[in-house]
Design a protein around this ligand. Structure first.
Ligand SMILES: [Mn+2]
Length: 333
């Protein structure tokens, strides 16, 4: 059964759907849930999105109909019976806002729409998971077309944004002709690429620029130049009055280095360090992240390293880079 047919069969006879995505939602999760939610509304299904927090100001351009609610604003009793939960851009309820777990359990009917590897999903055949999709937004767009709906600008802008963010503006090997064909259909609605691009990468405060400059000026790399990394701390983000979620794209700047194979960003969150990996396509950072207990795509992956109190973070980073060099030589052979 195709993914579109699977989606159709899962919404068959369904009257009400609530969408959600992973905690600290990114533009792929947000764009995908908005577009799918509005598509189901067009089909006469009652639909809404509920996230761990209200939609940040900078993403509001994607949601003119205000279909997204923060969990604290959502009144389940007013919405009424929920027939189906659709979880986008992740394939485990563990990554969904804990405050929603009880409601999800009560409905006992979950559909994942995702493009991440899903080793823990037992009934894969009943979900819409396509690990070859460049973004969940691409998958969501294909599903919407498969439902027989035509894109309009309101559907197209969140999907286009989702695809831009997850491909870091079409630079990863996950981008295929299929991605661009879909993007062609999205742009044909008349949306302006600049609106999506500036929505995500523009509209920054001067402090953001100063933080980026500070971080990039401390970029380190291995002698071969194949691994480069930056180190971001929560204190620094606070000092520059910036937002953690808004620092995700910092790592992409490293991918323009000559010889680069893997870019890393170490974000010190206090009791743990989030390590993000990006690859220009030569090496599979999904495999690398799994070696460190994390996961993700071949071009974009992450893990979390638990940090002890008073731990020397610079030393920890050095040790991690050494381990990476070791792992990568194994992966290469
Ligand atoms: Mn995604």
């Amino acid at each position: 059964m195709s993914i579109v047919d699977r989606f159709k069969s899962r919404i068959q006879g369904i009257k009400s759907v609530v969408f959600t995505t992973h905690v600290i939602p990114d533009a792929d999760g947000i764009g995908s849930e908005i577009a799918l939610c509005m598509a189901l509304r067009k089909l006469g299904i009652k639909a809404v999105c509920v996230n761990d927090e209200p939609l940040p100001q900078r993403y509001r351009y994607m949601d003119p109909d205000q279909v997204i609610f923060g969990v604290d604003e959502f009144e389940a009793q007013v919405f009424g019976e929920i027939d189906l939960w659709v979880v986008v851009d992740t394939n485990t309820v563990d990554r969904v806002c804990p405050a929603l777990h009880q409601l999800i359990k009560k409905t006992n009917n979950v559909l994942f729409v995702d493009h991440h590897p899903a080793p823990h999903v037992k009934d894969l055949h009943s979900h819409c998971i396509d690990t070859t999709a460049a973004a969940t937004g691409q998958l969501a767009g294909e599903i919407i077309q498969g439902l027989g709906l035509t894109f309009d600008a309101k559907l197209a802008l969140p999907l286009y944004t989702a695809i831009i963010i997850d491909t870091s503006s079409f630079r990863y090997p996950s981008v295929t002709a299929k991605t661009h064909h879909l993007v062609g259909d999205l742009l044909a609605t008349g949306i302006a690429p600049g609106v999506a691009y500036n929505g995500i990468y523009g509209a920054k405060k001067i402090e953001h620029m100063h933080l980026l400059g500070t971080i990039l000026s401390t970029t380190m790399c291995t002698p071969s130049g194949e691994i480069a990394w930056i180190h971001l701390s929560k204190n620094l983000i606070k000092r520059f009055d910036s937002d953690v979620e808004d620092t995700h794209a910092f790592i992409n700047h490293l991918l323009i280095l000559d010889n680069i194979k893997v870019a890393c960003m170490f974000r010190d969150d206090g009791d743990s360090i989030k390590v993000s990996f990006r690859s220009n396509g030569a090496w599979d950072v999904g495999l690398l992240a799994r070696k460190f207990g994390g996961g993700g795509h071949s071009h974009s992956a992450a893990t979390v390293i638990v940090k002890n109190e008073n731990e020397n973070v610079d030393l920890l980073i050095r040790q991690t880079v050494d381990k990476m060099t070791e792992y990568l030589s194994e992966i290469k052979c």
